[in-house]
Design a protein around this ligand. Structure first.
Ligand SMILES: Nc1ncnc2c1ncn2[C@@H]1O[C@@H](CSCCNC[C@@H]2Cc3ccc([N+](=O)[O-])cc3CN2)[C@@H](O)[C@H]1O
Length: 265
């Protein structure tokens, strides 16, 4: 089991471009079939937002890393998107994309796919522009702190999204529960939480960095959400096919959870 100090040390060597290469270029970024992991992740989010039930002023994305794909369906339903990450190198990568700077990662295949599955015939450039307009803040965060942003979010977020972060920064399941409770402090009562994460993963690579992950089963996710005070609305799982087991991690599958913070405090 890794210690918080080992985790922090490991993240000093995290290479955002290697991480993007490992997870967001082929073979994992294969849009040719719904059987593949990226279309599955994007469909979970598109279907959840399609109902229109989840909307409001602010959505906070916890541990964004260097990625924005997770925000593509959310951005139609919130005036402001707040991205966050622990590492400056990831916040800088997000900023490059947000400002449309040369050298930023090309998310257009993801944006085109989301526009296709949302089925409104929206030009992908419109969605790209809307996300850039609404992605107003890119903040430092540490989910091990009871106040992950260092100060309360005022007003609290109407919704929270987090993709592949909490299990990758928690040394064990108890720490995962604590991190969930901490990020729950950023969410208003009644607010919705959407989580994507890894099942059965014990490590992943990001260039020179080899980071430990607490291996989770679906039941651990269910129990952690309950222990952190969330009411579970939906939990789906995806099994990683052999073709996508590329050695960049040992992930067995992916979970998608939709939960809600109760109205009564
Ligand atoms: N204390 C902290 N608080 C908040 N964030 C923190 C903290 N420490 C580090 N961070 C921040 O959290 C990190 C988030 S990236 C974590 C990667 N998770 C594992 C990776 C992800 C992945 C992606 C896609 C697929 N797939 O199949 O499609 C599979 C997998 C499985 N492997 C990183 O941005 C770091 O900068």
């Amino acid at each position: 089991m890794s210690s918080p100090a080992e985790l922090r040390e490991g993240y000093e060597h995290f290479d955002p471009r290697a991480y993007l290469r490992n997870n967001y270029l082929p073979p994992r970024a294969d849009f040719s079939s719904e059987e593949f992991v990226v279309p599955w992740k994007l469909r979970c989010l598109a279907e959840t937002f399609a109902s229109g039930e989840i909307r409001g002023r602010t959505l906070i994305d916890v541990g964004s890393g260097p990625t924005i794909y997770q925000l593509l369906s959310a951005c139609d339903h919130f005036e402001e998107i707040v991205a966050t990450d622990y590492l400056a190198v990831n916040r800088e990568e997000l900023g490059r994309w947000a400002r449309g700077e040369p050298g930023a990662f090309d998310w257009s295949p993801f944006i085109q796919h989301v526009c296709k599955i949302e089925g409104r015939g929206e030009p992908w450039q419109d969605k790209e522009r809307r996300l850039r307009e609404r992605l107003r803040r890119i903040l430092p965060i540490d989910v091990h702190r009871p106040e992950p942003l260092g100060a309360p979010l005022r007003p609290p977020a109407d919704a929270l999204l987090s993709a592949f972060c909490l299990e990758a920064v928690s040394p064990d399941r108890a720490a995962f529960v604590r991190a969930l409770a901490h990020v729950g402090n950023l969410l208003r009562p009644g607010g919705h939480a959407l989580l994507l994460g890894a099942l059965g993963e014990s490590f992943y690579l990001a260039g020179p960095a080899r980071l430990p992950v607490v291996p989770l089963e679906e039941s651990d996710v269910r129990e952690a959400l309950a222990a952190a005070g969330f009411a579970l609305r939906e939990l789906r799982s995806y099994a990683m096919p052999p073709a996508l087991r590329t050695g960049v991690d040992d992930v067995d599958g992916v979970f998608f959870a939709h939960a809600q913070k109760p109205l009564e405090a």
